[in-house]
Design a protein around this ligand. Structure first.
Ligand SMILES: NC(=O)c1ccc[n+]([C@@H]2O[C@H](COP(=O)([O-])OP(=O)(O)OC[C@H]3O[C@@H](n4cnc5c(N)ncnc54)[C@H](OP(=O)(O)O)[C@@H]3O)[C@@H](O)[C@H]2O)c1
Length: 232
């Protein structure tokens, strides 16, 4: 087995995913950069320093996630999984939850929740064989029950569900050294966050990289922003 740690990042071709790939590669990780458009992913990977390999990965595609165990087996290890891919859906801040288009809700849940479950189901059994690693579910304060607001209802529901997935999986993996945490990056200037957001991608990614590189005695089953625990 190689000494080089391996990380898989979904939605690695832009925004927080791309910056996570850049920072983990700079730390010496072999980065599997998941991208729906493989050619675009390869172009991004080629522009990053270090070991970065693009793989075709639409998290709604079982044909894609079924290939993941083979990729991980070829590399011999998986140290970090960053479930970053996410969408807001068509429902905006002005959309009432009572007017939510349920097809839109189903699509957002498929990407933001089932997507993370699909990818984890494909690779966590291999992570489990080594008994250690880190899983980071990139969540949002908009899924925080303790601070729930209105607007963007599909996104809010999906991130609360992603937080629940974090808790369930962390319980299932209790007794291993696999850390499972949800991370809110803060409000970050990406296509999703918009140009008025308060944080740069470099700043937003710090807490994601922190959770992806936790030591064996690090926390699990938590919700963090910038490395600090926040309420669910
Ligand atoms: N930016 C913020 O302020 C903020 C705040 C809190 C949480 N977050 C969370 O951070 C994560 C990354 O967001 P971002 O701001 O970097 O957004 P972004 O710039 O819009 O990037 C989203 C990424 O997700 C990918 N993606 C979308 N659907 C996918 C699918 N079905 N399969 C695989 N990849 C898919 C996109 O790929 P394509 O290029 O192919 O579309 C893109 O790489 C999301 O989970 C988001 O909810 C962001």
């Amino acid at each position: 087995m190689s000494d080089q740690p391996v990380a898989l990042i979904t939605g690695g071709n832009r925004g927080l995913g791309r910056e996570t790939a850049r920072q983990l590669a700079a730390q010496g990780y072999y980065v599997l950069l998941g991208a729906r458009d493989l050619a675009a992913g390869r172009a991004i990977a080629a522009g990053l320093e270090g070991s970065v390999e693009a793989i075709e990965l639409d998290v709604t595609s079982e044909a894609h996630t079924e290939r993941l165990p083979g990729v991980v087996e070829r590399l011999g290890r998986l140290d970090a999984l960053v479930n970053n891919a996410g969408i807001t859906g068509r429902a905006s801040y002005g959309t009432s939850i009572l007017e939510l288009d349920l097809a839109d809700l189903a699509h957002v849940m498929d990407v933001n929740v089932a997507g993370a479950v699909r990818v984890a189901s494909a690779v966590v059994p291999l992570m489990r064989e080594r008994g250690r690693g880190a899983i980071v579910n990139v969540s949002s304060g908009m899924g925080q029950l303790s601070d729930m607001g209105k607007g963007a209802p599909a996104y809010r529901l999906s991130k609360t569900a992603l937080n629940a997935f974090t808790r369930v999986l962390s319980q299932e993996l209790a007794g291993t050294q696999i850390k499972v945490n949800a991370v809110c990056p803060g409000w970050v200037r990406t296509d999703l966050g918009g140009p008025n957001a308060s944080l740069s991608v470099e700043e937003g990614v710090r807490g994601i990289v922190w959770a992806a590189t936790l030591p064996a005695d690090g926390p699990t089953g938590g919700f963090f922003r910038h490395g600090k625990a926040i309420p669910w």
